[in-house]
Design a protein around this ligand. Sequence first.
Ligand code: ATP
Ligand code: MG
Length: 558
Amino acid sequence: MAEINAVTSNFIQNEINDDLKNGKYSDGIHTRFPPEPNGYLHVGHAKSICLNFGIAKQYGGMCNLRFDDTNPTKEDVEYVDSIQEDVKWLGFTWDDRKYYASDYFPKLYEFAVELIKRGKAFVDDLSADEIREYRGTLTEAGKESPYRNRSVEENLDLFTRMKNGEFADGAKVLRAKIDMASPNITLRDPIIYRIAHVAHHRTGDEWCIYPMYDFAHPLSDAIENITHSICTLEFEEHRPFYDWLLDSLGFDVNTRPRQIEFARLNLTNTVTSKRKLRQLVEEGYVSGWDDPRMPTISGLRRRGYTPEAIRNFCREVGVAKANSLVDYAMLEHFVRDDLNNNADRIMAVLRPLKVTLTNYPEGQKEYMLADNSPFREGHRFVPFTRTLFIEQDDFMEDAPKKFFRLKPGGEVRLKHGYIIKCDEVVKDEAGNVVELLCSYDPDSKTGGATANRKVKGTIHWVSAGDALTAEARLYDFLIETDENGDVPADFLAAVNEKSLEVLTNVKVEPAAYLTAQGTHYQFLRTGYFVVDKDSTPDHLVFNRVAGLKDSWAKVQKG
Ligand code: ATP
Ligand code: MG
C-alpha cells in the first residue's frame, strides 16, 4: 500500500512536540481511537481515525483501537464488527492492540474501591430526579447529598452489595466526592457507577453495575498507557474531572494521558450523529446503514468513495480548535480527484434513444479502438453497428442555436467513431421521439479521409445489440438544508424524497461485463459510477458516485 500521510501539521503536533521537549512521554507517543459500539462509523469518525492513527505514525508510535463499551443497553457486536471493517478499509491497522473498556471492568472496579478508601467516592441513595434537582444550574451552586458523608466502611459495604446484585436498578449510585459548588457542573459529585441488571455483549451477566463513560474513558486510556487522548471539543469541560480522577488515583503527571481537544467535523447537508443516523435506518428512510446516501463510512464505501479520497479530504480539512462547517463539495472534490486519475472511462447511455444508421450495412460490425483513460494504460475495442443508442437529451428537435449536439439536419461526432447526420425523426402516436434515422460519413473515423473534419459536438453512444442493460441509481442529498447547508433540528422532516432516482434501462458498453463489486468507471459525460453489491452477472447495478462537475475546485480557482 502507498505511504499513508493522514495529517498535516497542526496544533496538536505542536503540543506533542512541546511535551517531548519537556521530557514527557519519552517512551514514545501512543494514541487510540475509542468508538462506542452503538452505531456505524460516519465521516466525522474518519477524521478522528485519520488524526489518531496519523499522529501515531508520524511519531513512530502506536495507535490502539478501543471499544468504549460501557453502556450495554445500546451496544451490539454488529457495530463492533463494522467498526473494525471500516477502520481497516480506511487503510489503518491497530496490529494486535484491539481492546475493550469492558475488559477493564475488574480494574475499574478496583479503582472505584480505591477512591472510596481515599474518601473520594460515596454511595448515594438519591433518585435520579433528586440528583438532578440537587445538581444546581450554571448560575446556582448545587446542594450536597444527605448521603455524602457516609463512612468509608459503609460505602465499601454498600458498593460491594451493589456489585453483588442486592439492589434494584436506580436504587443507588456511586458518586465521586468533589465539589457541589464548582462552576464546572461536571465536577459536582459526578456519578461514576450505576446499577443496571442487563447483560453485556461481552461480559454477559457477570456485572450488574457498570462504570459511567466519564469514569471508564480516562482510566481506560491510563491503563493502556495512552500519552495523548485526542478527542472532540465537547469533552473540554470533562477534562478537569478526568484530571481529578488521575490525580486522586496517583497517576504520574509525566506519563499519564494528556487530553487534547479538537473541533468535530461538520459537513453541509450531512447528519453526523449516530443517534440520528440510527433513526434514519430504523424508521426506514434508507435501506440500511450502508445505504449509499448515508454519510457512514460503509455508506460512502458503497457509494463508491475511496479510502484515498476520504483520507485526502481529512488531511485537507485539517485540525482546528474552533467548530466550523465544511462544504460537502470539498469531500466530493477529493473523490473526483481520485477517480479522475484512477477510473477507466467507458460509454453508457442512461436514458436511451434509438439511432439507426440507414447507410450502414445491415449485419456489419466493426470495433473502434478506445483508450481507457488519459491517465491509465490500456485500451479496448468498442463494437459499432447499424443500430445504436444515444442519450435522449443529446437530441433536440427545436434546438437553440448554441445546441451543438444532434438536431434535425445536424451533424455530431460519435466518440471514438464516425460523424453522423440526423436525417429523419421517428415519433410514436403520442408525438414522442422514439428513433432517429441518421447517415454516417464512412471516411470520418480515425485514419479516414475526413477524420479531421470539424463538427461542433461529440456525444457518447453504445451499440444496441452489444450493450448490457443495467440499473443505475442516481443520488441527491438525503437531507434538505438551508442555504448555509445546515441541517435543521427536525431533520426527519427535511428528508429529501427525491434523493434516489432509479434508472432501469441503462445501456452500457460490453466492457463492463462481469466486473466486480466496487469497480469504478467514469461513464463519459455522465459521471463516476461504481458497481453495487446488488449486482448479479445478468443484472448489473451501478451507483452514481458523483457527477463530473467539480464545484469546489472551481470556487478555489475562481
Ligand atoms: P456520535 O455523536 O456520532 O454518536 P460520538 O462522539 O458519540 O459520535 P464515539 O463512538 O464516541 O461517537 O466516537 C469515537 C471518536 O470519534 C471520539 O473520539 C469522538 O470524539 C470522535 N468523533 C465523533 N464524531 C466526530 C466528528 N464529527 N468529527 C471528529 N471526530 C468525531
Ligand atoms: Mg462519544
